[in-house]
Design a protein around this ligand. Structure first.
Ligand code: PLP
Length: 414
C-alpha cells in the first residue's frame, strides 16, 4: 500500500484486492464475488499478519505482568485503543471502552447507564429500521423497570421520518437511539440533526455505528452524540473486537457491568473499588490478538484514504442499483437520498433463500433473511430480503457478474 492516502483518481482497485488473500479464491469452481460485507468484511493481509505476529512473537496477558512479553501485549492492546480513538476522533482515549462488538457495547449502555435511570412510565426511543442489537437490550432493561420502548417510523423509501423522531423526544425518554447507517437499507440517518434536538431536550443519544464505520470517516465530536458503538469485524478487523465511545462524564457515573480481574483497584469483602475509566468496564482477558488486528485495520483505512474509498463505493452502488432496476420483477427496499453501498431486494415469485443458495453456486455470496431486523421486515410486509452489500475492494466487473448470475438463477426458479 502507498504511504500516502489515495485520491479517487489514483485509486487502483486491483492493487487493493491484492491485499486481500481470500479474494483470489474460487467457490464452486467460480471466482468468488463477495457481496456480504455488511455481515462481515474480508481482512487484508496486514490485519492477518498482525494477529499472526502477535501470537508468534508477543503473546502474553495484558496489564498484569512486568516481563517483556507482558509489556508488548499491553502495548498492542492499548495501541488499538489509541488507533480507535483517532479513527472516531474521540476527544480522549480514556473515553474508548474496548468491547467484543456493538452487541456488547449496546448491552453495556443498557445495563450500566440506562437501567439505573429508568422508572415506570419512562421510555427509550429507537427506530423501525434498527438492528436487534439496537432494540432488544433496551427492551430487556425496560421490562425490568416498567418502562417502554417506542420506535420512530420510517417512510416507504426507507428513510427515517425525522419530524416524527423529534416529536417522540418527550420528557419521559431517558435514552434516544439511532443507527448511523441501516444494515438492511443502507440509509444514512441524520445523526447531527437528531443529536442537536436531543441536546436541546437534555436526552442522551446512543448511535449504532456498525454500518457507518466501514464506509465513512467518523467524528463523534462533530456528530454531537453521547454514545457511539462500533464493531471491528465489519471494518476489516478480527471478530470479537469493537468499542463503545461515551462522554467521560457518563463513563464516570456508570457502574461496572462485568466484574472480575483487571477492572478493580482494590478488592475486600467489605467492599471493592474500581479501576479508572475505561478499564473498569474491561473485566477479564480481552481479545488481545484481535485488537492487534484492529490497529492494523485502522492503519489500512488511513493509508487508503476516505475520499478514494467513498468515491469508489458510491460508484459501485450507483452501478449495481441501475443494473438491478432493469431486472424484471425486482423490487429494491431502501431508496433513501443518502445511502451506503447496501442493496436489499426481492424478485417476484422467488424465495430469497432459494436465490441466495443458487447464487452461491455461481460463486456469489449475498445474504438472505431478516438481517436481525424483524420490525423492519414487518414494516415492508416481507419475511426476508436478499442483501448485496459492497466494499471498496469490490469491482464493477463483479457487479456485472452478480447481476448476470441473478438473471440466470431467477430463470431456474420459474
Ligand atoms: N448493529 C448493526 C447495524 C449491525 O449490522 C450489526 C451486525 O450485523 C450489529 C449491530 C451487531 O454487531 P455485532 O454482532 O458485531 O455485535
Amino acid at each position: 500500500m502507498n504511504a500516502q492516502p489515495n485520491s479517487p483518481d489514483t485509486f487502483d482497485v486491483e492493487r487493493v484486492r491484492a491485499d486481500f488473500p481470500v479474494l483470489t479464491r474460487t467457490v464452486h469452481g467460480k471466482p468468488l464475488v463477495y457481496f456480504d460485507n455488511a455481515n462481515t468484511s474480508q481482512k487484508p493481509a496486514s490485519v492477518i499478519d498482525a494477529v499472526d505476529d502477535y501470537y508468534r512473537r508477543h503473546n502474553a496477558n495484558v496489564s498484569r505482568s512486568v516481563h517483556q512479553l507482558g509489556d508488548e501485549a499491553t502495548a498492542a492492546y492499548e495501541g488499538a485503543r489509541d488507533a480507535l480513538a483517532r479513527f472516531i476522533h474521540a476527544p480522549s482515549r480514556d473515553e474508548v471502552v474496548l468491547t467484543t462488538g456493538t452487541t456488547q457495547s449496546s448491552n453495556l449502555v443498557a445495563y450500566s447507564f440506562l437501567l439505573p435511570r429508568l422508572k415506570p412510565g419512562d421510555s427509550v426511543l429507537t427506530t423501525q429500521m434498527e438492528h436487534h442489537a439496537n432494540i432488544v437490550p433496551w427492551q430487556l432493561v425496560a421490562q425490568r423497570s416498567g418502562a417502554t420502548v417506542k420506535a420512530a417510523p420510517i417512510n416507504e423509501r426507507g428513510e427515517l421520518i425525522v419530524e416524527k423522531y423529534i416529536e417522540l423526544l418527550t420528557p419521559e425518554v431517558k435514552l434516544a437511539c439511532l443507527g448511523h447507517v441501516s444494515n438492511v437499507l443502507g440509509t444514512v440517518n441524520p445523526v447531527r440533526e437528531i443529536a442537536r434536538e436531543c441536546r436541546k431536550r437534555g436526552i442522551p443519544l446512543f448511535v449504532d455505528g456498525s454500518q457507518s464505520a466501514p464506509h465513512r470517516p467518523i467524528d463523534v465530536q462533530a456528530l454531537g452524540c453521547d454514545f457511539y458503538a462500533v464493531t471491528g469485524h465489519k471494518m476489516l478487523a478480527p471478530t470479537g473486537t469493537g468499542l463503545l465511545w461515551a462522554k467521560k462524564q457518563y463513563l464516570e457515573e456508570m457502574p461496572p457491568f462485568f466484574g472480575g480481574g483487571d477492572m478493580i483497584r482494590e478488592v475486600r469483602f467489605s467492599g471493592t473499588t474500581f479501576a479508572d475509566v475505561p478499564h473498569k468496564f474491561e473485566a477479564g482477558t480481552p481479545n488481545i490478538a484481535g485488537f492487534a488486528g484492529v490497529a492494523a485495520a485502522v492503519d489500512y483505512y488511513d493509508q487508503l484514504g476516505w475520499d478514494a474509498i467513498r468515491a469508489h463505493e458510491q460508484a459501485l452502488l450507483e452501478h449495481a442499483t441501475a443494473l438491478l432496476r432493469e431486472v424484471p420483477g425486482l423490487r429494491i427496499f431502501g431508496e433513501a437520498a443518502e445511502k451506503e453501498p447496501v442493496i436489499s431486494f426481492l424478485i417476484d415469485g422467488a424465495q430469497a433463500t432459494d436465490l441466495a443458495t443458487l447464487l452461491d453456486l455461481e460463486g456469489v455470496a449475498v445474504r438472505s433473511g431478516h438481517h436481525c431486523a424483524h420490525p423492519l421486515m414487518h414494516f415492508f410486509g416481507v419475511p426476508a430480503t436478499l442483501r448485496a452489500s459492497l466494499a471498496f475492494y469490490n469491482t464493477h466487473a463483479e457487479v456485472e457478474a452478480f447481476v448476470a448470475a441473478l438473471c440466470k438463477v431467477r430463470k431456474l426458479l420459474r
